[in-house]
Design a binder for this molecule. Structure first.
Ligand code: PGA
Length: 254
C-alpha cells in the first residue's frame, strides 16, 4: 500500500546559512515513529543541495529533492542544471512542472515530458505537478485541464516508468494564497486523477501511485486534507519554511 509523503518546497527562499539552519532544526525533530509512517522530502534551492546532502548522510528518514532540472542531459546551456548533476550530489526526487515554472518560464507539458525521462534515467523520481487556474475552475474546466497536463506529460511513459512518478495536484488558486482547496475539492480531483491513471495503466499501478495535495497547506488544515482517501500527503511551500510547522504538517499525515 502506498505510504504518505510530505514534501517541502522551499522555492527561492532561504539564503544558504538560513537553509542549513532550517534543515538542521528539522533533522532531530523527525522521530523514527514519524518516518516509519511518512516519507519526508525536502526541496531546497539548488545551491543548498550538496551541503544538505552531507547533512543527510546516513539519514534514512529525509530525502532530498530538487525544485527543477533542465530538459537536456548536458551541453552549452549557460546557467542550467542537469538531472545527472542533481543525482551526483544525492538528490532522489525532482519537482517537475510546478505552476510557477509553467507561468514564469513557460514550461509546457512537452518540455516536462523530456525532463521526466531524464530524471528517471538518472534513477531519481519525478514529482509531477498539475492543477488548474481559478478562471479554469470557474469555467468548470479543471478536470479537462488536469487531464491534458497528465496525458501530455505522463502517458508516453511505460508501466515501469509511470510507477516511479508521484503526482502533486496543486490548484494554482490555492498556491501561496491562504485559500486551500476544501477536502471535498481535493478528494474529488485526486480520485479523478487516480481514475485517469487506472484507465491508462491499470488498477495496481493506480492504487500504488502517490497523489499529493499542494496549495496553502498549514498545520491547521493538513489533517483534514490528508485524511481524504485519495490524498497521499502534501507538497508544502510557505509553511515548510518553519521547522515546527513543517513537522506538525508531517505528523498530520500519520
Ligand atoms: P504553498 O505552496 O504551500 O505556499 O501554497 C505550495 C507549492 O507551491 O508547492
Amino acid at each position: 500500500m502506498r505510504k504518505k509523503i510530505v514534501a517541502a518546497n522551499w522555492k527561492m527562499n532561504t539564503f544558504y546559512f538560513d537553509g542549513m539552519k532550517l534543515l538542521s532544526e528539522i533533522i532531530p525533530m523527525v522521530s523514527d515513529e514519524v518516518s516509519a509512517d511518512v516519507k519526508l522530502i525536502i526541496a531546497p534551492p539548488f545551491i543548498h543541495l550538496n551541503s544538505a546532502s552531507h547533512l543527510l548522510v546516513d539519514n534514512k528518514k529525509i530525502f532530498l529533492a530538487a525544485q527543477n532540472c533542465f530538459f537536456e542531459a548536458k551541453g552549452a546551456y549557460t546557467g542550467e542544471i542537469s538531472a545527472g548533476m542533481l543525482a551526483s550530489v544525492g538528490v532522489k526526487y525532482v519537482i517537475c512542472g510546478h505552476s510557477e515554472r509553467r507561468k514564469y518560464f513557460h514550461e509546457d507539458d512537452a518540455v516536462l515530458a523530456k525532463k521526466i525521462l531524464l530524471i528517471l534515467k538518472y534513477n531519481m523520481q519525478p514529482i509531477f505537478c498539475c492543477g488548474e487556474t481559478l478562471a479554469q475552475r470557474e469555467e468548470k474546466k479543471h478536470k479537462e485541464v488536469v487531464t491534458a497536463q497528465i496525458e501530455k506529460a505522463l502517458f508516453s511513459l511505460d508501466e515501469n516508468q509511470i510507477q516511479k512518478i508521484s503526482i502533486a495536484y496543486e490548484p494554482v488558486w490555492a498556491i501561496g494564497t491562504g485559500v486551500n482547496a476544501t477536502p471535498e475539492q481535493a478528494q474529488e480531483m485526486h480520485a479523478f486523477i487516480r481514475q485517469l491513471i487506472k484507465n491508462k495503466s491499470g488498477k495496481n499501478i493506480s492504487e500504488n501511485i502517490s497523489i499529493l495535495y499542494g496549495g496553502s497547506v498549514t498545520p491547521a488544515n493538513a489533517k483534514s486534507l490528508f485524511s481524504c482517501e485519495d490524498v497521499d500527503g502534501g507538497l508544502v511551500g510557505g509553511a515548510s519554511l518553519n521547522s515546527r510547522d513543517f513537522v506538525d504538517i508531517v505528523k498530520a499525515a500519520i
